[in-house]
Design a protein around this ligand. Sequence first.
Ligand code: KG4
Ligand code: ZN
Length: 363
Amino acid sequence: MNTEGKPTYILGIETSCDETGASVVMRSESGAGAIVSNLVRSQLKEHAAFGGVVPEIAARAHGEVLDGMIAAALGDAGLGFDDIGAIAVTAGPGLIGGLLVGVVTAKALGLARGIPVLPVNHLEGHALTVGLTEGVKPPYLLLLVSGGHSQLLAVLGVGRYERLGTTLDDALGEAFDKTAKLLGLGFPGGPQVERWAVGGDPSRFALPRPMQGRPEPHFSFSGLKTALRLEAVKLGALSPRDIHDLCASFEQAIAESVADRVRTAMAMFRRRLAADVPLRLVAAGGVAANKRLRATLARQAERAGFSLHVPPIALCGDNAAMIAWAGAERMAHGLADASDFEARARWPLDAAAPKAMGAGGKG
Ligand code: KG4
Ligand code: ZN
């Protein structure tokens, strides 16, 4: 591969939750990446009536569209299977039924076409996206905030992750989703809460800033969620103004709490790495799309002498380009394992990290 300085084309497949993704990404020998095609199909409509993702429905919906999307991603790229150097597929963590659809499809294609198939950790996809979008390569400090995870990690290299902090209860996206449900705003909650927060008064409700000042950069969001519920119950019937103000106050509390945790992690990262390492903070995962959070992080990073890097909003959510890119990076770093693999519902990026005190089962 790459014998004549030619770029490598990787086909990426993503089916871990409620977005089906197929993408072709190019990686040049110099290490630069480019998205050649990128298709994402959200299953929002299938799950809307249930107020959350239904695993069986998700798996069936991935199965119905994945083959066609792979063909379309290749078509958009103007490439055939003969041009593809490897297939990178999300093998975990996520909903096992959906993961199996992607993994079985990737393995069948690999076998039929003689193309190597690489298992990719979905979280590594989010973690490395800024390498694809703006050429930012490790080391950096990563804030990973999605529907299933809230973590602070030192990304020391491709495949080398040290977890500094994690959530003791809900993931951040989960807290947004549950709050939106409570306020009757629909699913997924993050974008709805953000929309309603516009024009709201962020100081009307005195919500807690969880974990503020704690020495370890862990998160907790369940107390904040409960405090918001109590405020809503006190009000009784909610006017649109109440909802605007509740959403703005919630977002503000989240942004300040996360910024405090990130400040602690930046100090740890600075101590952990050699003095001449550039100080960079990367935010990734679906919640990194939140504008108030992005603005608060930008101020916090600047104060600490860190530069902030966030993927474009379209690549914050789940997509297959990030999976293809993580596969390409692993291959380039000699981490591509040709042996057989299975889909895994649980797959922490830092397997050596201890369980956080009081953690409710999420790592
Ligand atoms: O990374 P992602 O697309 O899927 C997972 O791997 O979980 O993240 C989805 C999560 C959902 O909880 C969604 O509500 C949240 O990201 N989210 C947001 C925003 N956009 C998506 N949360 C806050 N503000 C947003 N603009
Ligand atoms: Zn994700």
